[in-house]
Design a protein around this ligand. Structure first.
Ligand SMILES: C[S@@+](CC[C@H](N)C(=O)[O-])C[C@H]1O[C@@H](n2cnc3c(N)ncnc32)[C@H](O)[C@@H]1O
Length: 385
């Protein structure tokens, strides 16, 4: 195969991880790395086990703790990398597109969990946003753009850290899409992550069942994904709260869905301050969907403290026999720890809390049994007596 920039040999007794198909090669496992010229982030390297047998291919990552991320396991070599990735992409596209009947937005590539390490790619109808988290493979990027063109994606945006760059001749100033039959748009200069939090799609749909005639708080609302679903589910009133000024965005989304404004309120505030200042026993239902409070394992204690504090406030203020949809998207807070956090919050507030449902990320955000790190979103529907 062309496009191979180096060979990576693994150390004896350090290649066991291959049998469990984990994709990360840590620096301590590398015996030797050979290449003609200095390797760039995202270059493709061949991987050999300690017996010098070929075992797969990986994207090289400028040495940090992880040196390479494997995208192919096998003892037969790939003949044509374009064909290989094209087939992978076609498979993902077919599988994911048919997951959601009422939506035209989905995650095409969920990084390692979909076998393409380091790459996130979301589709919003005729627009795609590509994001490289830690490494950027130029070889793969060319193939992906070509694939998206073949799928009639008109607008292709590349996001690297905070920079965005168009990879298509056509450009546009907003992202437009449909989720669960609700129309959304988001201005490019306001967008977070890859534009929208598609991982909550199923959980927003679930909210429809709980919304009828309820007074609802959409805390950490962003462009109002949950709140708009609540209105579709005939909520009596929805209050949207976010620290960012998203009033125009939310109003625009209310307008395009022909929802009335008079039973909505949009507040720009820190959610902690907002919850501290409202009266108790007013909201029937709260959605509490904060950003990740923890990005590294070392900060986990502070994060737990933050989550307990936030959930205490929600549990304290929710109406008797009310519901809370509470979430954590921190990868380092697992399901058990999240449950413990809610336990601590309920205990401090001395209210009886019942877990009604367990929630997770939408299925286009693949959870691979071999890559537990890709499972990050967890939520609970709580009933507070
Ligand atoms: C995970 S996103 C929420 C996504 C949203 N619930 C949805 O369904 O699309 C987190 C949001 O919290 C907002 N945010 C972060 N810290 C905040 C704070 N302390 N108070 C209020 N909003 C905050 C961010 O601006 C962002 O919109």
């Amino acid at each position: 195969m062309k496009n191979i920039q180096g060979n990576l040999y693994l150390k004896k007794n350090k290649d066991d991880f291959l049998s469990s198909f984990h994709r990360w090669i840590f620096s301590g496992a590398v015996e030797k790395l050979e290449s003609q010229q200095s390797l760039k982030n995202g270059d493709i390297v061949k991987i050999f086990n300690s017996k010098k047998e070929f075992v797969g291919y990986a994207f090289y990552e400028k040495p940090q703790q992880i040196v390479a991320r494997i995208f192919y396991f096998g003892n037969t070599e790939i003949q044509d990398i374009n064909d290989y990735f094209y087939q992978q992409l076609e498979h993902l596209y077919t599988k994911k597109k048919k997951l959601f009947e009422d939506s035209n937005a989905f995650r095409l590539i969920h990084s390692e969990s979909d076998g393409i390490p380091g790459v996130i790619c979301d589709i919003y109808n005729d627009l795609s946003v590509i994001q490289f988290d830690y490494l950027k493979s130029e070889t793969f990027l060319k193939i992906l753009v070509d694939f998206l063109n073949h799928k009639n994606i008109q607008y292709i945006l590349l996001k690297e850290q905070q920079n965005i760059q168009w990879l298509s001749p056509k450009t546009i100033d907003k992202i437009r899409f449909i989720e669960n039959q609700i129309h959304f748009e988001i201005q490019l200069d306001k967008f977070q992550k890859t534009g929208y939090f598609l991982d909550q799609k199923i959980n927003r749909k679930k909210l429809l069942e709980y919304s009828h005639n309820k007074i609802i708080l959409d805390a950490f609302c962003y462009i109002g994904g949950f709140g708009l679903h609540a209105l579709k589910g005939n909520a009596q009133k929805v209050v949207f709260v976010d620290a960012q000024n998203l009033t125009n965005q939310i109003q625009e989304n209310l307008k395009i869905n022909q929802f009335k404004f008079d039973n909505t309120e949009i507040v720009q505030s820190n959610v902690f301050d907002y919850l501290n200042n409202i009266k108790e026993n007013y909201f029937d239902l709260m959605i509490v969907d904060p950003p990740a409070f923890v990005k590294t394992k070392t900060k986990i204690k502070e994060a737990i403290h933050g989550y307990v504090g936030l959930n205490r406030l929600a549990i304290k203020k929710i109406k008797h026999q009310g519901h809370i949809f509470t979430f954590s998207c921190s990868q380092f807070i697992d399901k058990e720890l999240f449950r413990k956090i809610i336990f601590l919050a309920a205990k401090e507030e001395k209210r009886n809390v019942i877990i009604k449902e367990y929630l997770t990320q939408a299925p286009d955000h693949t959870i691979s049994i071999f890559h537990p790190e890709g499972e990050y979103l967890k939520g609970l529907v709580l009933y507070v007596e």
